[in-house]
Design a protein around this ligand. Sequence first.
Ligand SMILES: CCCCCCCCCCCCCC(=O)SCCNC(=O)CCNC(=O)[C@H](O)C(C)(C)COP(=O)(O)OP(=O)(O)OC[C@H]1O[C@@H](n2cnc3c(N)ncnc32)[C@H](O)[C@@H]1OP(=O)(O)O
Ligand SMILES: CCCCCCCC/C=C\CCCCCCCC(=O)OC[C@@H](O)COP(=O)(O)O
Length: 284
Amino acid sequence: MELWPGAWTALLLLLLLLLSTLWLCSPSAKYLFKMAFYNGWILFLAILAIPLCAVRGRNVENMKILRLLLLHIKYLYGIRVEVRGAQHFPPVQPYVVVSNHQSSLDLLGMMEVLPDRCVPIAKRELLWAGSAGLACWLAGVIFIDRKRTGDAISVMSEVAQTLLTQDLRVWVFPEGTRNHNGSMLPFKRGAFHLAVQAQVPIVPIVMSSYQDFYCKKERRFNTGRCQVRVLPPVPTEGLTPNDVPALADRVRHSMLTIFREISTDGLGGGDCLKKPGGAGEARL
Ligand SMILES: CCCCCCCCCCCCCC(=O)SCCNC(=O)CCNC(=O)[C@H](O)C(C)(C)COP(=O)(O)OP(=O)(O)OC[C@H]1O[C@@H](n2cnc3c(N)ncnc32)[C@H](O)[C@@H]1OP(=O)(O)O
Ligand SMILES: CCCCCCCC/C=C\CCCCCCCC(=O)OC[C@@H](O)COP(=O)(O)O
């Protein structure tokens, strides 16, 4: 079909008008656009990262490239990230970072404070996320298969060795999955076993609740602010595997206390659908 040249411009303008009306009138549409762009933009940035990282081969130093490429995203989304307590990072030695996991947006806070030679432990499925998976592999991200506990534990034990021999830091989300409902899930113990096996400190990091500006259930995604708080390191010297449950509980308790203190939704990150007067309440 032959179209008058001006018709294409008119069609494009109409489409733009439709999209902006949807954006303005429907918070759900805005949420979907923003999330789609977030993932799409990361896949695009990963395409840029791959050749840059490939020069060095698989190397944790490549994490700096991913970090530099991702740092601007907070500006695109109008999210103010405030870092507190960065002085608590031990200056040279290996350590294990543990942090709460609310959403894939955690990547923004993570990149804000990611120490040198620090690699995240990620679910194996991420390896298959196209260009992002390849970029993660090139940057030395450690992949675990959550369906095979034995394999995951042996990968973690190997990491306990390489942490010391290759002077590494690892970043673990001990909740083991994203927790969109605010608060924190019970902690899995892998990160704590790892720190005790390597006898290295644990550095807890708490990201404040996103519920003021982001809620997956309500499909709400506005601009907002988030605090990333680095807590003092917790030593593990002299601890044995028997001490792991108490250690994990102690660290979780201190993180939960700070999470409630720095989360501004008045509920300490409670479920946004139950927020008094919140949009979700009417639907419940
Ligand atoms: C430009 C492009 C950029 C792209 C983005 C870049 C950045 C990417 C960022 C990506 C970020 C992505 C972020 C993500 O992907 S988050 C998802 C993946 N991460 C995790 O799951 C980490 C947290 N999970 C754990 O630590 C689990 O414990 C593991 C996975 C290890 C096992 O879990 P599982 O559920 O299968 O079993 P279980 O926890 O019930 O444990 C069973 C028993 O074993 C004990 N046990 C555990 N560990 C050890 C050990 N080492 N030595 C000895 N024992 C150990 C444990 O205490 C328990 O015993 P008991 O206590 O009941 O007696
Ligand atoms: C050719 C194949 C194309 C595949 C396209 C896949 C689309 C994926 C798009 C972009 C990747 C963005 C990478 C963001 C990294 C955030 C990691 C993250 O937050 O993982 C979730 C994991 O912690 C817990 O997973 P679950 O909550 O248990 O689930």
